[in-house]
Structure formats: C-alpha cells, structure tokens
Design a protein around this ligand. Sequence first.
Ligand code: SAH
Length: 346
Amino acid sequence: MKNIFGLTLEELQESLKPFGVPSYRARQVAEWMYQKGARSFDDMTNLPKNLRATLPETLAIGRPREKDRLDSADGRTTKFLLEFDDGTAVETVLMRQPYGNSICVSTQAGCNMGCAFCASTLHGMARNLSAGEIFSQAIIIEEMLHREGQGKVDTVVIMGSGEPLMNYDNVLAFIRLLHAPYALGMGYRNITLSTSGIVPNMYRLAEEGLPISLSVSLHAPNDALRSRLMPINRKYPLADVVKAARHYAETTKRRVTYEYILIDQLNDGEEQAQELVSLLRGQLASVNLIPINPVVERHLLRPSAARIKWFEQYLLDHHIQVTVRREMGTDIQAACGQLRNKHLKD
Ligand code: SAH
C-alpha cells in the first residue's frame, strides 16, 4: 500500500500512471484530499466508479489520528496531538490571533538539538516527518476551522518540535504544498521558518527564491553563553549564524527576526543587552523577546515583568526593532514539546 496523502500534483500523476487515467484525474484527487476533506476514494464522486474501486487496492489516504485536543480557557488556543500509523505522535497548535489564524507545526518527532530550555529535546529525536505528515497538521486544522465556522489557516509558523533545517527536503516540499493552488494556496509571505542556526542550509534556503520569513533562535549574544544553552553553537558559532541571517535578509529583502528567550539572571542583564545591540546594529532585523516558559528542573526562570520591560526599552533606545511575544495557551501546555512529553510519561 502506498500512502498518497501529502503528494504533490506531479507525484500524484506518477502514482496514477499505472491506472491509465488522464492526468487531470490527479488534480481531482488532490483537490478531494486537500480541499474537500475526502477520507477515502469512495468520497471522490467525480471519479469513475471502477476507478474508485481499484485505487484502494494499492493506494491509501493516510491521515493522522487526532489523539488529543486541548482548548485553552480563553478559547484562543487549540492544541492537537496527532498520531501517525507507526505510533509516532506530534503536536500542532492553533493560535487565534487578532491578525488571523496562525498555526505552529512540528517538523520532527522530538528533536536532537539539545537546547537547555526546550522540552522538545528531552526524549531525543524519534524521526523526521515526511512532507505529507507536516502538511496533514495544516489540513486537520484547516478542516476544523471550516467545520466550526472560524475561517481558515492564515499564517503558518514552522516553530513546533524539531529543527526544520535538519529535515530540509521534506520541509521545503511541505512549504511548496502549502502554496500550491490545488492545496491551500497560501502566500509564501504568510509562512515563517524558525531555525536554531544550521548555517549551510540557511544559505541554501536563501537560494530557493521563496519569500518566506526567517526567524533565527539566538537566545544569547556571545558564544560562551550560547554554547551553554544551545549545543549546536559549537558547530555553527554565533558570528556565522548572524552572517548567514544577514545574507538571507539581503538576498530575499525580507527582515529576519531573532528570537531571544529571556532567562532570569542568565541573558537578561545590561551586559548582554549591550552585546546584543552591537551584534545586530545596522541589520535588516528585529528581535522577538520571549519570556521563557520556565524549566524549573534546570533553574531556568522567567525574569520579572519590570526586567522584561527594561530589556525591551534598552533595545528600543539603541534603535533595534523589538517585540515581546504574547503568551498563549500556557494552561494547555502549548509550549514546544510539553504535550507530547506528557503523553510519553503517561
Ligand atoms: N528548532 C527551531 C524551531 C523550534 S523552536 C528553532 O530552534 O528555532 C521554536 C522556538 O521556541 C524557538 O525560538 C525556541 O527557542 C522556543 N522555545 C523553546 N523552548 C522554550 C521555552 N521553554 N520557553 C520559551 N520559548 C521556547
């Protein structure tokens, strides 16, 4: 059995070749799967009856199971735990933002980057997700929004579990699927990819000619501290990451966002603020400050509200564009990897 969910139109045409059908049938199948919620070939009522009967002999429409769903008390955040056929589970989060529905997708089951503050990495990485498995997260939420009369998926952030640039080909295929007219038809500008700084693939991404936004997880303004928080910094040090991000901004003319988790007494002082300003001065960039979701076991705590405000103001005073991330869904363990970990523990 071959799973065709998540194939591109060209790949579907290839898969349908043995059946000797005209190529427009592939487009019909794609639209049924990606736009009309078909669960089986039987649902595809504009296909000839005999084709509907023979396709399922060798082809399957494999979709993940909705293993868990949590809604935040304020109704703005919904989190799904989805399970694939092999038992692998991943998280997907929907955030109903003032500017539209934004979803956060996972690209790997677990992660092996080993960042000190992140729950996704605690159990290591199980495996890469295929393009179709990443895409199914978007489809499941798109269908839910339709059902509940809440519109559609407006923006996608590739910021769930996993390091997207360590699963490069599948993530790129996923992004192209989001954009495809027979799938979600989403504009590239509504898609943001976040990376911990896999330098060679940041250059590769810049050459793709896709105007997607890039976010870079910085979290520290010098190598010593960044290596402590993010082991990948020993392979791709700060200066190289910033150079690659600058190259991305210059090539795509898109502003790069640096994510900076604020951790009490660790990276929230005046010295680090100064270092951050000198690192980023003059770049087409902005900083997104993220008050940490505390990892109490590791004594990584959130700075006071006053401290967060001070850090933001310091960057503003030094002409660095800055935003502070609004917190959503803390009551449903919506931070990276938290729900999956809960299930792994149960
Ligand atoms: N691997 C990619 C994408 C996944 S992480 C990357 O590193 O960018 C997405 C964002 O969530 C990153 O900026 C990450 O640092 C942040 N994050 C992880 N754990 C967090 C925590 N405990 N509190 C706040 N943000 C966290």
